[in-house]
Design a protein around this ligand. Sequence first.
Ligand code: HMG
Ligand code: MG
Length: 308
Amino acid sequence: MAALPTAVKIVEVGPRDGLQNEKEFVPTAVKIELIDRLSKAGFPNVEAASFVSPKWVPQMADGAEVMAGIARREGAIYSVLTPNMRGLEGALAARADEIVIFGAASEAFSQRNINCSIAESIERFVPVAEAAKAAGVRIRGSVSCSFGCPYQGEVPVASVVDVVQRFAALGCDEIDIADTIGVGTAKRVHEVFEAVTKVFPRERLSGHFHDTYGQALANIYAALEEGIAIFHASVAGLGGCPYAKGATGNVATEDVLYLMNGLGIHTGVDLDQVVEAGDFISKAIGRANASRAGKALLAKKQSAAECA
Ligand code: HMG
Ligand code: MG
């Protein structure tokens, strides 16, 4: 078996993917404090906001204020979602380091999430990608429903490969293979990554796993075995997609860091500080912390404090 990567990049998506589905508006100051805590913890990349229609995702309406308020750590990349030119303009004005164009490997999900077909979405992304390149901003493409779709069910591997190729042609620096509803299992992860690495460089592919069926850590391990070295995770396991009913949050960042630390894989991120950030945001939005490692480490710390 091939050796696992010795270092991985963890992209913290909690401030965007984690919070976008919250019904109650999370105050801008809370979003900013969360991002600042994550920056201090050492993440090389934080997905900070979306410049999407506030009618579609009201929670992300304050993206400009969030981006203006955060204390950026030098060298870190702050990414934002941009579905169209209007979003791109907002992203450039906000000095985003990376824009995320997001499509799907499933026609039904594309319609529900961005109100157009896959082909139309690619056409819409052409000027967005051109303008981002002209402005010297990185471009990431996210392929939703790469392991299954809440509306269509099965998604052929060939559909994932097709969208990856289209994103590659747009000049994406990085492409996310996303399990939007967390249905993938390790065997499928091997199959999908074996196929997409034939059309796009392995080192610029990422795994974006939601943990709905409890498979995310196993899927990450399978992706590591495929040589994938970029993973998305959400602090305290926050999240769910507003256009994927029943989908729960991304894999919890604390759990991923615990796994990487155990494997001796370098992340550059301080687990203790992420645990504190997870506790902060869970309390701020009144949600139970969904990270197993986060809860265990908080309990350990509390009992150590009681014994002292
Ligand atoms: P539409 O209704 O077809 O487009 O939506 P429209 O051009 O008719 O715009 C509708 C209204 O939104 C208009 O306002 C526009 O001005 C406004 P009105 O005239 O009615 O007052 N609008 C905007 N406002 C601010 N910023 C913008 C913008 N664009 C239009 N950029 C559209 C099409 C793509 C805009 C819409 O469907 C949309 O915003 N969708 C975003 C959905 C979304 O954010 N989903 C969650 C993120 S994706 C995700 O979570 C998956 C991921 O995590 C990977 C995975 O897990 O799978 C990435
Ligand atoms: Mg997602």
